[in-house]
Design a binder for this molecule. Structure first.
Ligand code: CA
Length: 253
């Protein structure tokens, strides 16, 4: 499959820093978005460390720890998902190490979503409330389930998805990279096909925009303009947060 990628990010009208980070390596098929948290610009450090760590580990040969970890894993897709989970855990380790040498950054952490497209398969892994969507055949599908208190309440039937968008505690995470220690990312594998458009984003996009608005823009915009159009729509929609979008377009060789 051939991949193209477009990204856009904006600090937004309120925050002093952009604590989101992103990475895109089209040749490797690796795409990452991280939304950092922590005072005094520590969120920036955490999200950047996470993107760097995942990129480094996934692009390099397996290290001895990984090889040991993967010894009993035969299925190629299982191996990739285990590597993604390992890379995300190493991000957590590096963030906590950074805090040890700079206690002013205590409490910093980040969300992390990773998409790895290899051949005809997409491997996804995530922690937190950054998301990956798939736009296919005119329909938008959310491929990740937020690790938030509110999502748990929706799953338990105590809150409707519509109401969940409005409650004040909607951004409280049940999982994050760094602050919470070892992480247990969700990881899945699915097939890709010609014309698929993946959208990776931070919650600065999805707080102001319902999925229906994101779907409309995916349908209307040329993929080349989509990332910037989504960020612009979030800003017009009144986001107070940093906004980051990475768009990945799949086509046949
Ligand atoms: Ca955010």
């Amino acid at each position: 499959m051939l991949l193209e990628s477009y990204a856009a990010t904006d600090t937004g009208p309120v925050r002093e820093h952009n604590e989101d980070s992103w990475g895109a390596d089209v040749d490797a098929g690796l795409f990452v978005v991280a939304d950092g948290m922590g005072g005094h610009a520590a969120g920036e450090v955490a999200s950047r460390l996470a993107v760097e760590t995942v990129t480094e580990i996934m692009l390099e040969e397996e290290d001895p720890d990984e090889t040991r970890l993967l010894l009993a894993v035969d299925d190629p897709a299982d191996r990739i998902r285990e590597r993604l989970r390992y890379a995300m855990n190493q991000s957590s380790v590096r963030i906590r190490k950074a805090v040890e040498s700079n206690p002013g950054q205590a409490g910093m952490g980040t969300t992390l979503v990773v998409l790895l497209v290899e051949g005809s398969e997409a491997h996804l892994a995530h922690v937190g409330d950054s998301r990956i969507y798939l736009f296919r055949d005119g329909q938008l599908q959310r491929l990740t389930r937020d690790h938030t208190v509110v999502q748990q309440e929706v799953d338990a039937g105590r809150l409707t998805p519509e109401l969940a968008r409005t409650v004040p505690h909607k951004n409280i995470l049940t999982k994050s990279v760094g602050y919470h220690g070892p992480v247990d990312p969700d990881a899945t594998t699915r097939g890709v096909q010609h014309g698929d458009v993946f959208v990776l984003c931070s919650d600065g996009l999805t707080d102001p925009l319902p999925d229906s608005d994101i779907q409309t823009l995916c349908a209307e915009k040329h993929p080349e303009d989509l990332a910037q159009a989504l960020v612009d729509a979030a800003l017009v929609g009144g986001t107070e947060d940093n906004v980051t979008v990475v768009v990945v377009v799949v086509s046949e060789d």
